[in-house]
Design a protein around this ligand. Sequence first.
Ligand SMILES: [Zn+2]
Length: 456
Amino acid sequence: MTTIVRSQRVVLPDSVKAASVHIEGGRIVKVGAWDDVPEGAPVDDLGSLYLLPGLVDTHVHINDPGRADWEGFETATRAAAAGGVTTLVDMPLNSIPSTTTPEAVALKVRALEAKSSVDVGLCGGLVPQNAAQADTLFREGILAFKCFLAESGVNEFSHVSDVELATGMARLATVGAPLFVHAELPGPLDEAEKRLGIVTPEDARRYATYLASRPKSAEDAAVDLVVRTAQARGARAHIVHLSSADALDILRRAMDARIDITAETCPHYLTLAAEEIPDGATAFKCAPPIRDAQNRDRLWAALGEGTIVQVVTDHSPSTLDLKCSGSGDFMKAWGGIASLEIGLSVVAQEGKKRGVPFASVVRWMSAAPAKLAGLTGKKGEIRVGCDADLTVWDEDATFTVDAMKLQHRNPITPYAARTIQGRVVRTMLRGETIFTRDERGEASFAARRGSWLRRS
Ligand SMILES: [Zn+2]
């Protein structure tokens, strides 16, 4: 049986127009004119609300099993559904064990299959222990690999040296697996910390102190190392959460030289600025850090010109305790920002102010990350053959962020108390509505139907 969803504004791969989306067996079988409706077919008419492809977020930390009190599959995937995200890729660290062995992949799959409201793919870890045979883990059905070049923040996930990076990249190149890299180098970080000297409790509450401990130079040198290594090993590399706009020239040159490298940035680097972060507001701490407003402008320009290809959240929550929400100590607090449910709202609002077409924002958050994860043709676009993962967007809906009402596990986010215009009001996964929001802003969820996106 065919069902139809139609709207005056459907965000298609190359245009935004009135159209009807025909769905059979959870897939899109036709994208027709608005009035192209077979007789007797049920029609779900959205009027002038935007109909978008379900978003794809390739950078989410779900610390389940092991640290589900920080974030688990149940809460994270509900936050995803409420944020219009129908596909996410889970990062290999902060859960226990880390996703670095076939056994750990199996544990992740068991946890996510039991608890997920949206589809979830897995990223495996490249660590010193498996660098020489990293390609074997790819056979377990993971979509990509991730490594750190500096301390990851948790003991179970070690960072790789430049030699291990080269070894790992060479192995991954043999199977065509993409490697996501957290690009900060330990050398410049250590030097910055030495320059800071002794940090008093008062200094530790200042955002400027934390910012000075993670300079742009640590990112720039790391991006340069990744580019050179990817070139030498013929590997596919992806820079996660780029914050330093000074690294953009290195990326531009690499792309001109046809080195297989891409980069992403995150909602917080695009919408927040160091100058505006209050003392003690550790909800804003992440690594690399949020930098100044002028740096933010350059990241927007890089998205516009294609040097940065996608925007994903790097949703990485912890408990309030670890976030030091009491003491406000930036140097001790967990580095990670929770934003899965409101990523599209904050980026779309900032984009609108900057005159960026909404369809570009949608592409950065759906088709582009789907491509990175090898999911083109299945996820991230309203196109024949793709899963009918659809998000309904009300550009006029205005709301004030209440951390207590967000779906992720621990009620902390740097966007708390912000008033935002533009909100997801409904989400569909493989043709079925999984989330709706009523006029009062109240969320409701259908039964869980998310499943594991095993690489095919
Ligand atoms: Zn991350």
